[in-house]
Design a protein. Structure first.
Length: 231
């Protein structure tokens, strides 16, 4: 009797094992999960890049002007696969730059592996492939035009194009990489914030602003404008 029970336990264990294996096999055809175990998640996209991809409501076509010799094309395709996993209608095609040198000069292609990203009739060119450069290019394509950032000048503010510790040259360089353009705003020459200004930056003035400048900024904010006031 004890031998019979042992045999039954063995058959029951084998049956349960087969059922579990079958369930795992079935679920593997229904559920896909990908984990990134690399240091700092370097094999997956950042949340910022995923957010930008979510704003693209149409297909994206990327053309890589890479020489077919060597591993460059394989590297580019492998890198962009991370974007394609999030946005399947992002396509990549390759063009041999040696086949039409005149066309390459017309396009301004001077770097092997240069990319041109196309979206809704607009395009951005990249001479380097990195997540920051590609995501910034996609963000610029979504906006369609540069954003205007006006820096108030004339009252000893921190300079937008300056390189000193107190200046904002590094900050502005990062903004320009995201498709924003800095312009000066001197209220001794302008009575109001120019139209189509997306952001006004008042960067730590050391002199009191003239009443006209204060009123112009108040009016701009009351009308829905954006003011970044650094103190």
């Amino acid at each position: 009797m004890r031998t019979l029970f042992r045999r039954l336990d063995g058959w029951l264990f084998a049956l349960i094992l087969l059922l579990v294996a079958g369930a795992v096999g079935y679920l593997s055809t229904r559920i896909f999960h990908e984990s990134d175990w690399t240091a700092n998640g370097r094999s997956s996209l950042s949340p910022e890049s995923r957010a930008v991809l979510a704003t693209l409501d149409g297909p994206v076509d990327i053309v890589s002007y890479a020489n077919p010799q060597g591993d460059l094309r394989q590297t580019v395709a492998g890198y962009l696969q991370r974007y394609q996993q999030v946005k399947p209608d992002l396509t990549l095609r390759f063009v041999d730059p040696q086949l039409d040198p005149a066309k390459m000069r017309e396009l301004g292609i001077t770097v092997d592996g240069a990319l041109i990203v196309h979206y809704r009739g607009r395009e951005q060119r990249l001479d380097e492939l990195s997540e920051r450069s590609l995501t910034n290019a996609l963000e610029r394509l979504v906006r369609g035009s540069d954003r205007i950032v006006a820096f108030v000048t004339g009252d000893d503010e921190r300079r937008a194009d300056g390189k000193a510790n107190a200046d904002l040259g590094t900050f502005m360089a990062q903004l320009e990489g995201r498709g924003m353009r800095a312009v000066p705003l001197n209220f001794s020459q302008a009575s109001a914030v120019p139209e189509h200004t997306d952001l006004v930056v008042l960067a730590s003035p050391t002199l009191p602003l003239p009443p006209g400048a204060v009123q112009a900024l108040v009016t701009y904010v009351q009308n829905g404008g954006n003011l970044l006031w650094l103190t």
